[in-house]
Design a protein around this ligand. Structure first.
Ligand code: ADP
Ligand code: ZN
Length: 712
């Protein structure tokens, strides 16, 4: 095994490098300068940490995100790596002590803010010791044209003057040609080797729906992420507050985060989101920069963001750990109108406003498109995907289309015949033949287009208008966002261009399930919860967030493999030597106790239940088992409920029941206060007897492992 692979396994507990990590690491070890462009979650940290461990001397990591330094250093400590940070949050005494330790030569990694690095005393200090490498994180901050420009980054040019022989790595997740050029130029690394990665976040599943209600948001969260951490973005402070409260009433822990909250509350909510499991943060876009939480399982947008870049960045906060995650967005025409107003009222130049408008239009185009979302998204970043991704709503559930040429002609002509002076809602009223005061005053009931579109619902009309805007045939204009024709209209009006449009209504209410949460066997699921509790305690004792102790993916693997000795832990991904020494035994103890409990539980189950279990495992259907065992169907169904309750059986392996149905049943279980009342009759009746008692019982056993369901 190569040396770098050995270190990877021993320190990090990983078997393989990702993407070009190994090539980057080897180049740095050989002393080369490098520029790495890799999306969030791609694994940039390893690219400088590992060479710093192998080369002699101190690895210096420059980062503008001082809020993250503590986390990074804590993570390194878990790995048994001696790391420190220096920034303005520390007292003079602390800083003195750290400088002293740096001189001693025992420290492998130093995280430092650029301002601090550039102080003459720091340069002198670093010159007096051996430096293994400089890593410039978030290197795009050097670009004046980018959105994160930090003037101090430009002064990093002095590094090469002072440390000509020390390899320098520039790393970023956002870079176009211009930024890359500036990075090389300003850092004086013209010959740096470039490592460019795809921007694709293949583990994120994209869903975009139109005008979803809060209930639809809840349906998405409840059926895909009943216990996961996530972020919900809203446009206004008011809707942040309302949505957070509403999710709380639904039984989730949901915390608000926006600019109007006092600084302490904001910090506290962010802290809880990072440290506790399964919290939903409801935020305006003010939330996110510097959030490194790896196990955010979903990001939901209740409104349209302001550009594709923003959408990519905000959704990118999901699934940094590489496990499946969902990005869900609901948007409406009103969002677009609101963004355009904000843009017009802003201070920017006319160029700025024009670019802002183009960006919004590109995003609407993505929303209204019936093509693979990933292809559209990546093409915006000039990247080509060879085939549809199979992991977005349009791929999984292709929208139905229809020949929309004639409705499009109607829509365009009604805008034209009303002198392009009205907005969508009014034009739709004319099309469907409404007779309101305003229409009468304007004599618009006399127009030939009045009522020509009454066969089409208002909802479908709204969608048609949005699609025409997205296709650049109509545009919103002026203070009142009236609809204006564009030159591209002509071909459609003349019938020279045929238009395929999406149908509304059949948009997936049923959001595809995020496999990550559903593939565990029931006993692995139960053990996973136990392991999470154990991790929470370790994290609490060490005063660090749980994900710093280890990731969910590591716990999932333990829950599936159920290792019973320390040696066996070395085969689990994400557990290196240091972590195993620190708390391997505690994890093993959880597994041992679980196995013991399971044996006990099995002993309390009667032989007859276990026989049913055996036959179920062989793949026999419930009806056939009843026949074979010469028992009644309801008896076997009782067995199933008991087995599910003991987590020996998975609900969905016995009954063909989908997550929407489970959600529906659960709403009634909650309404009937099942967890304390333990009565199914009200639920059976409220659901109009659509589900049989045994099914309700199994679902209840699945959802409420603590409540013993009673038969009625
Ligand atoms: P970035 O800085 O590019 O956003 P990180 O360096 O934080 O990404 O890495 C993202 C996640 O991927 C981390 O949880 C890290 O432990 C994990 N990771 C990195 N490299 C590997 C690898 N070779 N195998 C498995 N997991 C990895
Ligand atoms: Zn797709």
């Amino acid at each position: 095994m190569s040396h770098v692979l050995e270190v990877l396994k021993k320190v990090y507990g990983y078997d393989q490098f990702r993407g070009q990590q190994q090539a980057i690491i080897e180049a740095v070890i050989a002393g080369e300068d490098t520029v790495t462009i890799m999306p969030t979650g791609g694994g940039k940290s390893l690219c400088y940490q590992l060479p710093a461990l192998i080369r002699n001397g101190l690895g210096v990591v420059v980062s503008p995100l001082i809020a993250l330094m503590q986390d990074q250093v804590d993570t390194l400590h878990q790995l048994g790596i001696n790391a420190v940070f220096l920034n303005s949050t520390q007292s003079y005494r602390e800083q003195q002590e750290i400088e002293h330790n740096l001189k001693s030569g025992h420290i492998k990694l130093l995280y430092i803010a650029p301002e601090r690095l550039l102080m003459p005393q720091t340069i002198i200090l670093l010159k007096s010791i051996e430096v293994a490498l400089f890593a410039i994180d978030e290197a795009h901050c050097i670009s004046q044209w980018g959105h994160d420009f930090r003037p101090v980054y430009q002064q990093l040019s002095i590094l090469k003057d002072h440390f000509n022989n020390v390899p320098l790595l520039a790393l970023t997740a956002t870079a176009d040609q211009q930024t890359k050029f500036e990075i090389k130029q300003k850092l004086k690394i013209p010959n740096a080797i470039e490592f460019l990665h795809s921007f694709d976040r293949s583990n994120i599943r994209y869903h975009i729906v139109e005008s979803a209600t809060k209930e639809a948001l809840w349906g998405f969260i409840q059926s895909n992420h009943p216990t996961d951490a996530g972020v919900v973005y809203c446009l206004s402070k008011k809707s942040v507050e309302e949505t957070a409260l509403w999710l709380e009433q639904k039984g989730r822990t949901a915390l608000a985060y926006h600019g109007g909250l006092n600084k302490d509350i904001r910090a506290k909510n962010q802290q809880r989101f990072l440290r506790e499991d399964g919290i939903i943060i409801v935020a305006t876009i003010a939330f996110g920069m510097g959030i490194d939480k790896p196990d955010v399982r979903f990001v939901a947008h209740m409104n349209l963001p302001k550009s594709i870049e923003a959408y990519y960045q905000e959704t990118g906060r999901a699934g940094r750990d590489g496990q499946p995650a969902n990005a869900w967005m609901s948007y409406k025409l009103q969002d677009l109108v609101q963004h355009k107003h904000m843009l017009e009222d802003s201070e920017g130049s006319s160029d700025f406003k024009q670019i802002g408008n183009q960006k919004l239009n590109a995003l609407i185009d993505l929303c209204e498109s019936s093509d693979c979302r990933r292809i559209s998204l990546l093409s915006y970043f000039d990247e080509k995907l060879d085939q549809p991704c199979g992991n977005c709503d349009n791929c999984l559930n292709p929208p139905e289309q229809f020949d929309g040429t004639i409705p499009a002609q109607m829509a365009i002509s009604v805008a034209y015949r009303t002198q392009q002076r009205f907005g969508t809602a009014y034009l739709i009223d004319i099309l469907v033949g409404n007779m309101n005061e305003r229409i009468k005053q304007n004599d618009h009931h006399m127009l030939p287009t009045h009522g020509v579109g009454k066969e089409i619902t208002k909802k479908q009309w709204r969608s048609i208008f949005r699609q025409l805007i997205a296709k650049g045939l109509l545009e919103l204009q002026g203070e009142y966002k009236t609809l204006r024709l564009t030159p591209a209209c002509r071909e459609v009006l003349q019938g020279k261009r045929q238009l395929q449009l999406n149908k509304v209504g059949k948009t997936p209410v049923k959001t595809p399930i995020n496999e990550a949460s559903s593939t565990k066997t029931p006993d692995a699921e139960k053990l996973f919860e136990e392991l999470k509790k154990c991790r929470a305690q370790i994290a609490k004792d060490g005063e660090v967030p749980a994900y710093i102790i280890c990731h969910n993916s590591t716990l999932t693997e333990i829950a599936e493999v159920k290792p019973t000795s320390l040696e066996k832990l070395y085969n689990i991904r994400g557990l290196g030597q240091s972590r195993i020494e620190k708390y391997g035994q505690e994890l093993i103890n959880v597994v041992l106790k679980f196995r013991e409990d399971q044996t006990k539980e099995k002993n309390t189950l009667k032989q007859t239940n276990l026989e049913t279990l055996e036959l179920l495992k062989k793949g026999l259907a419930v009806e056939n088992i009843a026949k074979e065992r010469k028992l009644s169907l309801s008896t076997i169904q009782e067995h199933c409920a008991l087995l599910i309750w003991h987590r020996l059986l998975n609900l969905q392996s016995v009954y063909d029941i989908n997550n929407d149905e489970i959600t529906e049943i659960n709403q009634h279980l909650v309404a009937a206060n099942f967890s304390t009342e333990l009565r199914l009759k009200p639920v059976f009746e409220a659901l109009n007897e659509r589900y049989s008692y045994p099914i309700l019982k199994c679902v209840a056993a699945h959802l409420y492992p603590c409540a013993q369901s009673q038969s009625e």
